[in-house]
Ligand binder design. Structure first.
Ligand SMILES: O=C(O)CCC(=O)C(=O)O
Length: 292
């Protein structure tokens, strides 16, 4: 393992996440965005917002993203050489400005709001404030504070999530926010969120009193970059208050030693698993490698 990979692993172990890792070059990014644009035209934005789930089994360009060497190098530096792709999903927050009236009134309102809710330090998350919904228009899509492991009936190894940006994902369009080091606190209780707009399929959230929102850190990404986070790291994201789309491709990976468990509280089927590097001596997950 190169020194830089060893450093990345060490930082990930301590903080529970890494951000700003370069993946796609300009040509790859352009091709990826064009391919995603075709899905948008075919399925419509309501669908592509959150329902393009495990389509790495259907489209070779999506599989190529999930297996991109610049994705897999840091992933295998962290998880070890034998890695399985567990699940994937596009998560898109579309601009709220698309409903702008002809006199631009809505745009003006939203711009004003975005200014009000800006944290003084651009690199720090404003998550706590905005996340309480105190200043926001209700119902805009956001992602409540949660831990991915809350949903995954898995044991025997960690889950690592990659968030690969197809668009610039910055503060104003609702980039991912994380609580550094929170992966060391174990699995926390989740409750049903009472706030409208939570994109998570089971509408769960960690109660706010359990989240150190003042320690939240924004993970701004330029299109083509990725962040990675541990399955126990507390994370979420604010609504897109900009006029720009925020599209990311989320890929979950596990080492082959992980295995599914029957936990009624975390029911989940793993029917899109694909071996992406190394060898699988455990065979805890079915191989679904498609012929694309
Ligand atoms: O895209 C987002 O804002 C949230 C993504 C997320 O929760 C995840 O990658 O686990």
């Amino acid at each position: 393992m190169s020194t830089s990979m060893a450093e990345l692993r060490s930082s990930y172990t301590k903080q529970g996440f890494l951000s700003g890792l370069p993946v796609l070059d300009a040509l790859e990014l352009q091709a990826t965005r064009e391919a995603f644009g075709k899905l948008e035209s075919e399925f419509g934005k309501e669908y592509t917002q959150y329902s393009l789930h495990n389509v790495h089994l259907q489209y070779s360009w999506v599989m190529a993203l999930a297996k991109h060497p610049k994705v897999l190098e840091p992933v295998s530096a962290i998880l070890g050489p034998d890695v399985i792709l567990l699940d994937s999903r596009f998560i898109c927050k579309y601009p709220v400005l698309s409903g702008t009236t002809s006199n631009g009134q809505q745009e003006k309102d939203i711009t004003t709001f975005a200014k009000q809710s800006s944290a003084p330090n651009k690199e720090e998350g404003s998550y706590g404030k905005a996340h309480t919904g105190q200043q926001e228009k209700p119902g805009l899509p956001f992602v409540a504070w949660h831990q991915d492991m809350r949903y995954w009936g898995l044991a025997g190894g960690p889950v690592l999530s990659v968030w690969l940006a197809l668009d610039d994902a910055l503060k104003d369009n609702g980039a991912l926010q994380v609580i550094p080091g929170s992966h060391c606190s174990g699995l926390l209780p989740h409750q049903l969120s009472s706030r409208a707009g939570n994109m998570l399929s089971v509408n769960q959230e960690i109660p706010e009193q359990l989240v150190k929102t003042d320690e939240a850190v924004l993970c701004p990404l330029l299109a083509g970059q990725m962040s990675v986070h541990d399955g126990l790291l507390i994370h979420g994201s604010d609504p897109n208050m900009s006029g720009r789309r925020r599209c990311g491709f989320v890929i979950r990976f596990v080492p082959t030693c992980a295995y599914p468990i029957q936990d009624p509280d975390r029911p989940r089927s793993f029917n899109a698993t694909v071996m992406v590097c190394g060898t699988d001596k455990f065979r805890n997950f079915p191989s679904n490698t498609p012929e694309l």
